[in-house]
Write a new protein. Sequence first.
Length: 319
Amino acid sequence: MAENSDLTKFQNAPLSTGVSKQQLTIGLFDSGVGGLSVLSRLAACAVPARYIYFADTGRCPYGNRDAAEIGQFVEEIVGFLSDFKIDALVMACNTSAALARGHAEAAVGSSVKLYDLIAPTCKSLSRSRFSSIGVMATFGTVNSQAFSKGLRGFGYEGDIREVACPRLVPIIESGKLPEHNAMCDLEGALREYLTKLAGMEAIVLGCTHFPFVAPQIERLISEDAQMAKLFPAGLTLIDPATCLVDDIFPGLNEMAKSQPVDLSLPAFKYFTTGTVRDFERTAVSCVGRIGGCREVSIADISNYHLKPLDRFSAFSVVL
C-alpha cells in the first residue's frame, strides 16, 4: 500500500518548475529503451513540452508475442499514462502499433491525440524518389506487413521487402553495445539481415531500437567492400521518428528540430517494469544519462486495463 501511495505522489508531482498550462504533456511507451530514439527526436524540437516515458522492460521483447497479449499490455500502459492527463500519446513501439493500435484507440478515448510511427513514415516515403524500400523490424511487425500495407495504401508502387531482425533488440537491451563481444554479435546479425535486403535503395529502421545501431550499419556498408556491393545504388537509412516529428510538430525548420537535448532534465519522467538500474544502464549506452526513473511492478500495471475508460473524458486536447 505504501508503495502505491509513493507512486501516486510521484505521478502527481510537478514535472518541472515553471511549467505553463500551455505546455504540452506527451506520453510515450515502448517495450524497452527503443522509444528513447523517438523521445530524443521530439525533445530536440523547439516546442515547450514535458514527457512521460514508459518502458515495459519487464515484458520485453514484444516481437515474438501474439497480438492478443500485446493488446492487453497496450491497454494497461495507456491506462497508466493517461493518469498523467496527457495531451498526446505516442506508440513508440512499432510492434504494438502494428498489432494493437485499436486497443490503444479504445483505451485512450477521443480526448487524447494518438500517434504511431508507421503511418507518417509510409506517407512520407510514398512521395519519395526511392524505387525500392526495405524494412528492418521485429517478427510481429514484419508478419503484420504493416509497412507494406501502409506504403501501398499511400500509393507507393516500388519494390518493398520486409525482414525480421530478432537478434538486434536483445543486443541493444543488454546495455553492452560498447563492449567488444556485443559489437561482434551485432556485426554478425547486421551482415545477415542486410544481405537479405541487398539492392534496396532505402531501409526503414522499423523498430525504434534500431536507430541506435544506425552508425554501425553505415560503417559496415562504407568500410566493407563486400557489403557495399550489396547496395550498388547506395543506401539511405530512414528513421521513422523524423517523419513523426513532422506529423506532431508540422512547420518546424531544421534548426527548430535540432535543439540540444538533455534527457536528464526535470521535464522528463521515466517508468519501467524492469529494474531501474538495468534501464538506466541501457539508456546511457543509447542516449546518455537520463533523469530520475521509477519502477512499476507488472502486477500494478496489470490492473490498469480494469479501470473504466470514462475517466479519460475530462482531459483536453491542445494539439
